[in-house]
Ligand binder design. Structure first.
Ligand code: ZN
Length: 289
């Protein structure tokens, strides 16, 4: 099944639901970052939550989610937009931490700290809002962020199933948001149904589509709005890295030229390496002048 998300309104337009299958894009992240199971589950959940959040925004807006926890994973960064593009990385890709039950212990691997969400609306300003990491299991942390920072009561479900060989079996998620005017009994009904449904990763593994996942919660009381294909994409380029190097300035570049004679840069998001030899560093130095 290809990766995509579906937006829907439910319960007479008083509830907004997004559901997504992200198995392929999380598999791609697993491969390029060589993620071990707990790192894969953590980054996979954040990529999934992130790409769904991106779909809530308009046109060229860009959204960056940073998780600064004190657990063994270190930090995580995910960047996304309204077109279904997402990319991300984790400081320590090699974490394999389990509960006694065998379930991946994402909460402990993430630890305590803060979640920061920056919206680049491509106008002059960037807006960053932050909230405390609650459990480190990602879904609860994003739900808390929506409720506290955006005053939108939300339920978030995110799940990634990982094989013993680190490959991704299934990944997906949903975000449900309560709109003004939603009846108290509808909220109670939703809470009841969410507590009864299977974990999202299991539903995806069993072949349920994003539409099916929404129907599990609404029991058919919904209206689909649109479908968005999702993909892991990086927008890095040699030119961007050149600009970054030029910004180091003449003095520092000359020092690198004399000491190392070459520069090897590496994109955190897609692991592409850009190499600059002696002649190329010299021309970068020319450009600083
Ligand atoms: Zn890149």
């Amino acid at each position: 099944m290809k990766d995509y998300l579906v937006k829907a309104y439910a319960f007479e337009g008083t509830v907004r639901i997004y559901a997504a299958n992200t198995t392929n894009l999380v598999s791609h992240a697993q491969e390029i970052h060589d993620l071990w199971p707990t790192s894969a589950a953590a980054l996979g959940r954040l990529l999934t939550g992130g790409v769904i959040m991106g779909a809530m925004y308009k046109k060229d807006d860009e959204l960056t989610i940073r998780l600064d926890g004190d657990g063994s994973i270190g930090g995580m960064v995910v960047t996304t937009n309204a077109h279904g593009d997402v990319r991300g990385y984790v400081s320590n890709p090699h974490v394999f931490l389990q509960y006694n039950s065998g379930k991946l212990n994402v909460g402990q691997a993430v630890g305590n700290g803060q979640i920061h969400i920056t919206k680049d609306l491509k106008v002059r300003d960037m807006f960053t809002s932050s909230s405390e990491i609650q459990t480190g299991e990602i879904a609860e942390d994003l739900a808390y962020y929506f409720t506290v920072s955006e005053q939108i009561p939300s339920a978030v479900g995110l799940g990634v199933l990982v094989n013993d060989d680190n490959s991704i079996i299934a990944s997906g998620g949903f975000i449900l948001q309560i709109m003004p005017g939603c009846k108290e009994e509808t909220i109670q009904l939703i809470e009841e149904r969410i507590s009864q449904i299977k974990p999202v990763s299991q539903m995806i593994e069993e072949g349920l589509t994003p539409e099916n996942i929404i129907a599990e919660i609404t029991k058919g009381d919904h209206q689909f709005l649109e479908e968005l294909p999702l993909k892991y994409t990086c927008n890095c380029s040699r030119e961007k890295f050149e600009k970054g190097l030029i910004s180091l300035g003449e003095e520092q570049l000359t020092e690198i030229l004399q000491e190392d004679g070459q520069i090897e840069t590496n994109c955190h998001f897609c692991n592409t390496k850009y190499h600059f030899n002696k002649e190329e560093i010299k021309s970068l130095i020319e450009e600083t002048k």
